[in-house]
Design a protein around this ligand. Sequence first.
Ligand SMILES: Cc1ncc(COP(=O)(O)O)c(C=O)c1O
Length: 390
Amino acid sequence: MPLDIARARAETRGCESILHLNHAGSSLMPIPVADALIGWQREEEFRGGYETAARHRGMLENFYDATARLLNCHRDEVAFIENATRAWDMAFYGLDLGPGDRILTAECEYGSNMIAYLHRAKRTGCVIDIVPSDNHGQIDVAALDRMIDGRVKLISISHIPTGGGLVNPAARVGAVARRHGIPYLLDACQSAGQIPLDVEEIGCDFLAATGRKYLRGPRGTGFLYVRRNWLATLDPPLLDQHAAELISETEYVVREDARKFENWECHFAGKAALGVAIDYAVGWGIGAIRDRVQPLAADLRTRLATIPGVEVLDEGAEKCGIVTFRKADEGAEAIKKRVADQGIHVSVSGDSGSRVSYDRRGITQAVRASVHYLNTEAEIERFARVVSES
Ligand SMILES: Cc1ncc(COP(=O)(O)O)c(C=O)c1O
C-alpha cells in the first residue's frame, strides 16, 4: 500500500513553511511527537519533573516496548541514551580490548567512531584494520571474511554512512561475525526509521541509533540495543545508582538489563516522545517508508546528474534517502546558503565525518540532501531546479 503522503504532511506542521531535505541531520517532528514532547515539558513547568514522570510512567516504559518492536528484540535489551554516539560508546568502551587485538571496520565509518577506535588504540595497543570496499563502494564482505584471524575482537560498521547514500550489507556482515563468533557492533544512526532493522536477521550484538533523524523524534534522544547473551558480561564504562545499587559501604550490584548502560537523569520528555515517534514510524511501516524513500532519492539523483557540473557522489548496490553531490563551480556551503535563502534545508558533509572514505575518493565537502517519505516529487523537482540555477 502506498503511503498517504497528504496525511503525513498534514501531520507535520513544518511542511507548511519549508522544504526540508535534512532528515539525515534532524527531521521534522510529526504533530503527535511534538505534542507529546511539549505537553510533557509544559506539565513539568506546572507540576514538577519528578511528579510528571510519576504520572506518566507508562509513556516512559512505552519507549522500551516501541524500540523492541522496531528492532525485533526484547525490551530488557534496550537502553535509552541521549544520542547515538554515547549509546555506541557505552557498548564499545565496555568491550575488553588489549594490545594487538584487532577491530575491523569499513572505509565509510563515521568520524566519531574512528576517533573512539584511535582513542582506544592509544590507550590499549589495539589495532584498527579497515576492510576494503567492493566495487559498489560498500564493505567487501568476502574481504572481511578473509581478514579474520584469532586476534579480531570486534567487527564494527556504520549501516549507512553519514556522508553518502550507500547501505552497507549489514546482515551479510552479521553472518560472517556469527560464523567466527566475533562481537558485532552496528551504528544504525542513519538507518533507524529509514529501513527495516531486525537484530535477529542482521545478527548484530549491539546496535546504536539516534532519535532525531529518520525516526523523527526529538533531539537529545537515542538508544542502545545489547543482545541478551552480552548483558551479563558487557561492563558499562560508567555506572551510576540507576545502573547499579550501592548495597554496603564497599559493594554495589549492577542491574541485569540493558538499563545498566543508562544515566539516572535523562531527557524524560524526550524519552516519552521518542517512544511516540517510534510507534508513529512503525505505524506507517518501516518497509513502506523505505519503499517510498528510495525511489524519491533515486529521482533526485537522476535530476541532479543532468545538471552541468554536478557530480552525484553516492555509492552502494542499495542506496538510501541520503543524496550527496558536489558542483564544479559552486562550493557546498555556498549551495547550502543559496537554497536556504529559498526556504530549502540541506546540510554539508565535511571530510572529518567520513575521513577514510572521503580522503580515498578525493572529497572534502559534499552537499547532503536527505529525503524522507513526507517529501514530494514536486519538492524534489523544485530543489533540483534551484540547484541548477546558480
Ligand atoms: C552514521 C552516523 N553515526 C553516528 C552519528 C552520531 O549521532 P548522534 O549525533 O546522535 O550522536 C551520526 C550523526 O550524524 C551518523 O551519521
